[in-house]
Design a binder for this molecule. Structure first.
Ligand SMILES: O=C(O)C1=C[C@@H](OP(=O)(O)O)[C@@H](O)[C@H](O)C1
Ligand SMILES: C=C(OP(=O)(O)O)C(=O)O
Length: 443
């Protein structure tokens, strides 16, 4: 199904975006490894997270949704998952498959992991290497791709693993495998990445210690064989989803919107820091702590943006937000330089290539670099009128619909279906703010 964004009137109103995807995956996973009933409110009911829930059910966790929208997970205890009788399908979700590989690596069971066409192109070698060191046997398709079959260890071997790439998914896979290893499993990150795994492991009663080293290096240690205690969790709103209405309001003249209850965890808020440096009128209101995460409301007004050089070391704290930042940069005055983000090449699509192609289709000049791009801003006037290929990538889809709202002519994307992986009610919420989004036929 194609979707078209029409140039929009001012966006107005207050919305809450759905729960954070990273935190939602981890809530289901740790709930399944805990003893007793974990109760979760605000869980993201996107396809990626639901696939994780389904995989855990097939391995013995009981997971139910209550009528009030909260979820219960009855865990089996660390090491207690049973062998699934069917293939585990993670759809489009890198987080789901990589973190679950870590969990299964610490169980003496065999499971086969698969995913959709996009996920089957993504590199799994980054988790295969450390999990094999920890005692798992993994047989993957050529190049470390899905589908793959993993047989976990009776007891994993605790290792010390320096991450070759700054990846929260790899860090989390190793820490999760370490839960069923005697002694301490250590991960050394070259740069800090999102720390939801560490925060949530602590909330479930595991011992996790983090040491900050020089130049951003972080050492994280988990003590194996804990009894995880079921708990009550409130998932805050997802800053990666909030990015779309926020940028839409910035680039659509006269807009004034509020997005409530999003986590501003410092390892997730790089986009907001960057937009404010570009001159965005974003007020951070009602800052509070919820469920162990810093949470705030954002009031955003249409703004004249200016291009900047985004510090490359900020990349891990905004890695999923580069496509929509590139959209904001198109409306800025001057060039915006984004570097240090080579990981964008191995997401749901090659996001550097897909973003650059989408910008060009809408009259924006962009230079793609191996690790980012340079966008030549059009000082508020972006032509639009483009047809954009999304390559099964939800963030490319939402980014270019966002661009269409502020552009001179409508923008059409070839397929809107993947939006449901992370932001099921995207079109509904954007329409509530006044955006005109129209569905069309199959492309
Ligand atoms: O751990 C997580 O929940 C995530 C980590 C990031 O991936 P990498 O670890 O590959 O950087 C991010 O892109 C993804 O959307 C979610
Ligand atoms: C990269 C993303 O997710 P995942 O790696 O879980 O597929 C994303 O949501 O932008």
């Amino acid at each position: 199904m194609t979707l078209t964004a029409q140039p929009s009137r001012a966006l107005q109103g207050t919305i809450a975006v759905p729960g954070d995807k990273s935190i939602s995956h981890r809530a289901l996973m740790l709930g399944a490894l805990a003893v007793g009933e974990t109760r979760v409110s605000g869980l993201l009911e996107g396809e990626d997270v639901l696939a994780t829930g389904e995989a855990l059910r097939r391995m013995g966790a009981e997971i139910t949704r209550h009528q009030d929208g909260t979820w219960s997970i009855w865990g089996v205890g660390v090491g207690g998952l049973k062998e699934p009788e069917t293939v585990l399908d993670f759809g489009n979700s890198g987080t789901g498959v990589r973190l679950m590989m870590g969990i299964v690596a610490g169980h003496p069971i065999t499971a086969t992991f698969t995913g959709d066409a996009s996920l089957s192109k993504r590199p799994m070698g980054r988790v295969i290497t450390p999990l094999t060191e920890m005692g798992a046997h993994i047989h993957a398709r050529e190049g470390g791709r899905l589908p793959l079959t993993l047989t976990g260890a009776e007891r994993a071997l605790p290792i010390t693993y320096p991450l070759p790439v700054a990846s929260a998914q790899v860090k989390s896979a190793v820490l999760f495998a370490g839960l069923n290893a005697p002694g301490q499993t250590t991960v050394i990150e070259p740069a800090p990445t999102r720390d939801h795994t560490e925060l949530m492991l602590k909330a479930f009663g595991a011992q996790v210690a983090t040491e900050e080293g020089p130049k951003g290096v972080r050492v994280i240690r988990v003590t194996g064989e804990p009894e995880l205690k079921a708990c009550t969790l409130a998932v805050p709103g997802d800053p990666s989803s909030a990015a779309f209405p926020v940028v839409a309001a910035l680039i659509t003249p006269g807009s004034d919107i509020t997005v409530t209850g999003i986590t501003l965890n410092p390892h997730r808020s790089g986009l907001y820091t960057t937009l404010i440096e570009m001159g965005a009128d974003i007020e951070i209101l009602n800052q509070r702590q919820e469920g162990g995460e810093p949470v705030a409301d954002l009031r955003v007004k249409a703004s004249e943006l200016k291009g900047i050089e985004v510090p490359p070391e900020r990349a891990p704290s905004m890695i999923d937000e580069y496509p929509v930042l590139a959209v904001a940069a198109s409306f800025a005055e001057g060039k915006t330089v984004m570097r240090g983000a080579e990981e964008l090449r191995v997401k749901e699509s090659d996001r550097i290539a897909a973003t650059a192609a989408g910008l060009r289709a809408n009259g924006v000049k962009v230079e793609d670099l191996p690790d980012g791009m340079i966008v030549e801003g059009r000082a508020g006037t972006v032509e639009g009128g483009g047809h954009v290929a999304t390559h099964m990538d939800h963030r490319i889809a939402m980014s270019f619909l966002t661009l269409g709202l502020g552009a001179q002519k409508p923008v059409t994307i070839d397929a809107g279906e993947m939006i449901a992986t992370s932001f099921p009610d995207f079109t509904g919420l954007m329409r509530r703010l006044g955006a005109q989004l129209e569905s069309g036929a199959n492309a």
